[in-house]
Write a protein that binds this ligand. Structure first.
Ligand code: SAH
Length: 423
């Protein structure tokens, strides 16, 4: 293609964008479309678990079948993310007929629009087109990102002080450098609770240096959207075994890639050691002689209540907070939690993974002495654009959550702090 592309910023809020294909490319493209508030229609016989999660949360609409021309009714833009060139060409032919711009993952020359390499800094978006060479675009994007991050860290430059993305400290001592010998390394990185800007500076830097990223379902999609195209992205939610085999398989992938000399980031929601099985991964790597760095994350246990206006401690209100998993029912023989003892505490109780067993948990706490009038807040998808929350009391919260239709991931905060900032 000889002519230069004409750059534009598409304002997609409320406008239909059709994504054809439900694999890795679609998984990477969809978060930025959702971030732009596009009305996303996904057409694919099958989708990845990450896309399924968007469908389940009602963020996009999925037609579970092959593409038909009517799928483009009302569309402003089409993203073709299928491997089969014939299927892709069929979609772009319909798009061309209808004068709808069409991005083709499989064939840049056939596309009528190209997606640039992007870096986002608060309100500033930098988009780079590499004249047909995606690697050049990514190289320029990385250089610009580094410059803006360094300037922001120094408090100067065009994006300083505007809520910039994580600054990259220049010349920091413990950078992950490409391995000298055959063994790579693994970083267990906390991605934060959901807002992509809540990853740590160090976590972000390691992510930009990674050759392999193994990501959990709860990891913010926009972080993955900025990965270089040559990074191997392993979706841990997609590994097709039961919970225990899946963990074994994740451990195996981490160790295998590192032993092959790769720089691996294991990206986990929140903090890697808060109900994240990070310890098991560390032990597996250590047993194989793979060096591991652990990068703490902002845990949802503290950040999600805060995002809903609840401080986990407050002067003269609560001098302690306890974080507990509600995954195992209180009366189960497998429970390791002394709920009757927790009922006797007067501080803040933060329950993760607690929705399924909420009725049993609240009944146990009140039976053992916690006041049924204790204020409770429940926060779903905290720190994200989809955050929902409700206020209730220990006695009524289980019914209120069911009534409001709140769903995981959600956090339950129990204690007087729930009212601390609202009076
Ligand atoms: N390591 C994670 C927790 C993993 S357990 C951390 O430190 O945050 C998964 C549980 O975390 C979910 O079931 C939910 O209870 C909670 N959670 C994680 N992210 C959340 C979010 N954005 N909003 C509400 N709850 C969240």
């Amino acid at each position: 293609m000889s002519a230069n592309p004409y750059p534009l910023g598409l304002r997609l809020a409320g406008r239909r964008v059709v994504v054809v294909g439900g694999g890795a490319v679609a998984t990477r493209r969809v978060p930025a479309l959702l971030d732009a508030d596009a009305e996303v229609l996904l057409v694919a016989p099958e989708v990845t678990p990450a896309l399924q999660a968007h469908v389940d949360a009602g963020r996009l609409h999925w037609r579970p079948r092959r593409f038909v021309p009517e799928d483009l009714d009302g569309a402003w833009l089409v993203q073709v993310a299928v491997d089969d060139p014939h299927a892709a060409a069929a979609v772009s032919a319909v798009a061309a007929e209808r004068r709808i711009f069409c991005v083709r993952a499989d064939d840049r020359a056939a596309a009528t629009a190209w997606t640039p390499a992007v870096t986002r800094h608060g309100p500033v978006t930098v988009a780079v087109l590499g004249g047909g060479d995606p690697r050049r675009a990514v190289g320029v994007r990385d250089a610009v990102r580094e410059l803006l991050n360094a300037q922001a860290a120094a408090g100067v430059g065009p994006v300083a002080g505007v809520g910039v993305g994580p600054p990259v400290p220049v010349g920091s001592g413990d950078a992950v450098t490409p391995p000298a010998g055959p063994v790579g390394r693994v970083a267990l990185v906390g991605a934060g609770p959901g807002d992509p800007e809540l990853i740590t500076v160090k976590g972000w830097r390691l992510l930009t240096e990674a050759e392999v990223v193994v990501a959990d379902r709860l990891v913010p999609g926009l972080l993955l959207d900025e990965l270089r195209p040559d990074v191997e992205l392993v979706d841990a939610a997609k590994i097709p075994y039961g919970p225990s085999r899946t963990q074994e398989e994740i451990n195996r992938i981490l160790v295998d890639r590192a032993l092959a000399g790769k720089v691996v980031v294991r990206l986990k929601g929140g903090d890697p050691y808060v109900f994240g099985r990070g310890g098991e991964e560390l032990l597996a790597c250590a047993a194989a002689g793979v060096p591991v760095t652990v990068v703490p994350g902002v845990t949802s246990a503290i950040a999600v209540p805060a995002a809903a206006g609840v401080p986990v401690t407050h002067r003269a209100v609560a001098h302690e907070f306890t974080v507990v998993s509600g995954h195992v029912a209180p009366d189960s023989p497998a429970s390791l939690v002394r709920w009757e003892a927790l009922a006797g505490l007067r501080g803040t109780l933060v329950v993760l993974m607690g929705l399924k067993n909420l009725a049993a948990i609240t009944a146990t706490l009140t039976r053992h002495g916690r006041d049924a009038a204790t204020p409770v807040a429940v926060v779903q998808e905290g720190t994200t654009g989809a955050q929902r929350s409700l206020r209730s009391t220990l006695g009524t919260v289980a019914a209120d959550v069911a009534g409001a239709g709140l769903r995981p991931p959600a956090i339950v905060v129990i204690g007087e702090v729930v009212d601390a900032l609202t009076g």
